[in-house]
Design a protein around this ligand. Structure first.
Ligand code: NCD
Length: 312
């Protein structure tokens, strides 16, 4: 195992293949531990993990909570709707409060791209980005990669089609960085209004037609239409979007016969994905993604805790 290069996990961009491979190997061992029903509560004993979520979350927040508890940390969920942030406290004032509480690991989700990086300069804790604006969502990319690796045995040489609202998706950005770093061929598929202008710089192939983009793909990753981040009408209507870009059996038929279907959730059934595909017993790995989310977050907490001073 190589030493992890940073105190924080703020992004996938900048990580080298051995760092990613180590995290995935460790996560795989946690996936097995979780399936065996065992825990490892001595690992983070005496450590405090604070979940600071300024945006809605179901999967990410609960899986960080579970991950922390399975490793023995004291886990605190700070609900922003009831905290002093609503009384005008700034992010940096919140940071000094967290410092005074001697938090060791801080998981943050924020609508502003760069908020976790800013906070990481002000707190003593190791900071983990749980999604910042349209920038990155590194643990989501790790859990997606682990899920793919479990099904395909590798990441290198695979064709992965990431489809839908790419522009507003931090999940897409983190996945593009991770998968291209690990040698996958990444395609992004969506209407021109939802593809970022700098797409070519990201080392991906761009498609505006679903069937062309899905042809012979090993992995089809669907994304939610992030209406809360759209300033205007970038999409004509949900019905029309589904007709051209929604994943149904007919469009999936052009991908490889053993291709897997992924979605980070929350899903808009009938908008970006047909229910029959989302619930498909062999092709859909959406449930497994959630399971791998806990394992990957355990691996990240473990790796970052190794770099923390023992007694603060
Ligand atoms: C994603 C997010 O919040 O970026 N969800 C998640 O973490 N599973 C994707 C989304 O909101 O569509």
């Amino acid at each position: 195992m190589v030493a992890f290069p940073a105190k924080h996990l703020l992004a996938i961009e900048g990580l080298e293949p051995p760092h990613i491979a180590d995290l995935l190997d460790l996560a795989e061992s946690y996936a097995l531990l979780n399936r065996s029903g065992k825990t490892q509560r001595d690992l983070l004993k005496g450590r405090t993990l604070i979940n600071l979520f300024f945006e809605d979350s179901t999967r990410t927040r609960t899986s960080f909570e579970l991950a922390g508890k399975r490793l023995g940390a004291d886990v605190i969920n700070m609900s922003v709707s009831t905290s002093s942030v609503n009384k005008g406290e700034t992010l940096l004032d919140t940071a000094s409060t967290l410092n005074a509480m001697q938090c060791d690991l801080l998981v943050i989700r924020h609508a502003q791209s760069g908020a976790p990086a800013l906070l990481s300069q002000k707190v003593d804790a190791a900071v983990i980005n749980a999604g910042d604006g349209t920038h990155e969502h590194p643990t989501q990319a790790l859990l997606d990669a682990l899920t793919i690796r479990r099904h395909k045995g590798r990441l290198e040489g695979l064709t992965v089609a990431i489809c839908g609202d790419i522009t507003h998706s931090r999940v897409a950005r983190s996945n593009i960085h991770l998968l291209t770093t690990m040698g996958s061929r990444v395609r992004i598929v969506g209407p021109p209004t939802l593809i970022p202008a700098d797409a070519a710089r990201l080392g991906v192939e761009v498609f505006h037609d679903m069937k062309a983009g899905l042809k012979d793909a090993d992995v089809v990753m669907m994304l939610r239409l992030q209406r809360e981040r759209m300033s205007g009408g970038l999409v004509p209507s949900a019905r029309e979007f589904f007709r051209f870009y929604g994943l149904d059996a007919e469009k999936l038929a052009v991908a490889k016969p053993d291709s897997i279907v992924m979605h980070p959730g929350p899903m808009n059934r009938g908008v970006e994905i047909d229910s029959a595909i989302a619930d498909h017993p062999t092709r859909s790995v959406i449930g497994e993604q959630v399971e791998m989310g806990v394992a990957c977050r355990m691996a990240v907490l473990d790796i970052l805790a190794r770099r923390l001073p023992r007694n603060r």
